[in-house]
Write a protein that binds this ligand. Structure first.
Ligand code: J2J
Length: 524
């Protein structure tokens, strides 16, 4: 595929010879007893046999519409059975979806459709009070808009149902899907994941996390997020014949009754949800005793709540330091509590190569000191999709991905995340590229210049503060949010706070000093 950077041939040969890459493709992931429940979503309960049938019929329906191997599709469905069915149908067709989040709006979706040259855009009719058909109407150039629900002038998903047909099997080396990068630049980046690297990602994860056919995995994060999808996520669960339960969100009101009713055994959450659960578990009436493992990742979990999780929630904790780009670090189920509580885990694969370097010189730091994490391996990308200039900066000449994360490595191989060397805000696990938000803010007529920083927050880890240099009367926070909404920017990127200043503090080389901006807040 044009715009995709493959692994060098000798490395690919090694990953195959050493058994990391197999022959499977993502459409073959579900492997369960036909009569066992594979998927629970709302009122729907599908056995493996029923799920298989729905996937094959949907794949045939998409094929009849004209979707073929290699076509790209922007997929934006919430946590519904349709997400799982359509995703796997696209896997069988070999038509890679771009996994948009339900929160994305015109600004993100328009760009993704264009970059991927999407042949189709798949949406719910309405979800969480928003009408996605409106968004679809504002796009140009996508041949098919497919709607789960009331389709209006578009194609109803329910009509994409046809007798199964033989489909050309994708090559395991093909790009299977595109994940979205948290991003550090003005525009979001697409992460191509091949069938074989993602199959390895999810099967190796399922093994390390002890998933079996008895696993009941509750999805509370958006299913389109790498963590909930494949680490081991819903796909890892289906790969071992377990049961996937979809929840609309991670709030205790939504999740706890489902844990009780479905006897859920595992769930993956971000730290703010873990904190909510710790609090809610002390007064909630639901029986959470089925829960065996809580995976926490996406942002750093503080040691204090980490140490409380087993006692309060009655389950093991696993810290997960992952990234859609690839590398996954997990604390192991049998690690001593001290490591589980204070580290973000160690790499999933023996083939993951790790370097910890001085971000300025690129030299390895002495063992045990803090530096930028670089990585290369059988499930870490070698380049963002169609982004040669950005790739030149994001990878070393020998193919290591520069994560932008500052870590310290312990003798056991476990990593402790100590900070960040990238212009990004991590708002409770949701990533905001400062440059992207600044670009939107500068477009406001009353904003002369903008600089966005993450302000430490006890619950969210960080909240977003936008420093503005005004042109005339500065906008209020509410006006800024309305402006961003009208521009079609996803709401998790909207600032929590604005501060108006006369000028930005600068570093000796003339760059805006975000450190100095943060320090101004401390004094205020
Ligand atoms: C500190 N920072 C963390 C952690 C991610 C599993 C879990 C998370 C993600 C994810 C994922 C962190 N402590 N435990 O894809 O499969 C920050 C780092 C990292 C960035 C990646 C998965 N876990 N982070 O969060 O692509 O800065 O993936 O580089 O959204 O999140 O973000 P993302």
């Amino acid at each position: 595929m044009e715009g995709f950077t493959p692994w060098p041939e000798e490395l690919a040969a090694r990953y195959i010879a050493e058994g990391y890459w197999g022959d499977h493709v993502l459409g073959e992931v579900p492997q369960g007893d036909p009569d066992r429940v594979a998927l629970v979503a709302g009122d729907e309960r599908l056995t493996y046999a029923e799920l298989e049938r729905r996937i094959d019929r949907t794949a045939a329906g998409l094929h009849r519409l004209g979707i073929r191997r290699g076509d790209r599709v922007v997929l934006q469905l919430p946590n519904t059975a349709s997400f799982v069915i359509v995703f796997l149908a696209l896997m069988r067709l070999g038509a890679p979806p771009v996994l948009a989040l339900p929160a994305h709006r015109h600004s993100e979706i328009g760009y993704l459709c264009e970059l991927a040259e999407a042949k189709a855009y798949i949406i719910p009719d309405r979800h969480a009070g928003y009408d996605y058909r409106e968004l679809a109407r504002s796009l140009g150039g996508v041949e098919h808009v497919i709607v789960d629900g009331e389709a209006a002038e578009f194609t109803p998903l329910a009509e994409l149902d046809a007798d199964p047909i033989p489909l050309e099997r994708p090559d395991p080396a093909d790009v299977g899907l595109f994940l979205l990068s948290g991003g550090t630049t003005g525009l979001p980046k697409l992460i191509p994941r091949t069938h074989r690297d993602y199959v390895y990602n999810l099967t190796a994860s399922a093994e390390v996390c002890g998933f079996t056919s008895g696993t009941v995995y509750l999805v509370v994060l958006p299913a389109a997020h790498n963590f909930a999808l494949a680490c081991p996520g819903l796909l890892g669960t289906l790969s071992v014949g377990g049961t996937v339960v979809l929840a609309p969100s991670g709030s205790p009101d939504a999740a706890f009754p489902l844990i009780e009713r479905e006897r859920a055994t595992v769930c993956a959450v971000v730290p703010p949800i873990a904190l909510l659960w710790l609090d809610a578990a002390t007064w909630s009436e639901e029986d959470l005793s089925s829960l065996q493992l809580l995976q926490v990742g996406g942002a750093k979990l503080a040691t204090e709540p980490a140490s409380k999780i087993p006692g309060v929630l009655g389950c093991k904790l696993q810290q997960v330091f992952g990234m859609a780009e690839g590398l996954l670090n997990y604390t192991r189920l049998d690690d001593p509590p001290e490591l589980i509580e204070t580290t973000q885990g160690r790499p999933l694969s023996p083939a993951d190569e790790i370097r910890v370097v001085d971000p300025d010189t690129g030299e390895d730091v002495p063992e045990g000191e803090v530096g930028e994490l670089l990585t290369r391996g059988p499930y870490t990308l070698r380049g963002y999709y169609k982004a040669p200039e950005h790739n030149a900066r994001s990878f070393t000449a020998d193919g290591f991905y520069r994560t932008g994360d500052l870590v310290r490595r312990l003798p056991s191989g476990h990593l402790v995340v100590e900070g960040r060397h990238k212009d990004q805000i991590n708002r409770g696990g949701e990533k905001i590229a400062a440059e992207e938000l600044e670009g939107h803010l500068i477009a406001h007529p009353a904003v002369h210049d903008a600089a966005v920083v993450g302000v430490p927050d006890p619950v969210m880890g960080e909240r977003t503060c936008a420093f503005l240099v005004a042109r005339g009367t500065p906008p209020t926070l509410r006006e800024v949010k309305e402006f961003l909404r009208d521009r079609g920017v996803a709401d998790y990127k909207w600032p929590d706070r604005i501060e108006v200043v006369d000028a930005f503090p600068r570093t000796p080389v003339g760059k805006i000093s975000k450190k100095a901006l943060l320090a101004m807040l401390d004094k205020a």
